[in-house]
Design a protein around this ligand. Structure first.
Ligand SMILES: [Zn+2]
Length: 127
């Protein structure tokens, strides 16, 4: 696989956030039936059927593959949020928001640049 882009490094390793409605986000929106992997270690993170339609500007999922992610309380930027990281390599992926769409609901708000997918035999990344 190619090296991680500067943005992918900043987001996965330094917990940065890609801009909303990025080029990668629109690329992501075009792909509907693919599972998504961690761009750093290719751990399977999200099944295609957990993809949610939202207008927030980042990829959203209602569920992660079992044991593929870990949640960490994040008190940065004066907010209390729950950070989501890859359980295999610890890469920062985004945040999870609960109960937005009713009790017990979840939205995994994930940076597109943290995701990879498979095309034929290759793992492909967003830029
Ligand atoms: Zn990983």
């Amino acid at each position: 696989m190619d090296q991680l882009s500067k943005l992918a490094l900043e987001v996965t390793q330094q917990k940065s956030t890609e801009p909303a409605f990025s080029k990668n986000y629109f690329e992501f929106q075009k792909q509907n039936e693919k599972p998504y992997y961690c761009t750093v270690c290719t751990n399977l993170l999200f099944d295609a059927n957990s993809k949610m339609k939202t207008k927030c500007g980042w990829p959203a999922f209602n569920e992660a593959v079992k044991d593929s992610t870990k949640q960490i309380i994040d008190n940065s930027h004066g907010m209390q949020r729950v950070e989501v990281v890859c359980s295999k390599c610890g890469a920062h992926l985004g945040h999870v928001f609960e109960n937005e769409y009713g009790p017990g609901t979840r939205r995994y708000c994930i940076n597109a640049v943290c995701l990879a997918w498979q095309e034929e035999d290759k793992i492909k990344r967003f830029e």
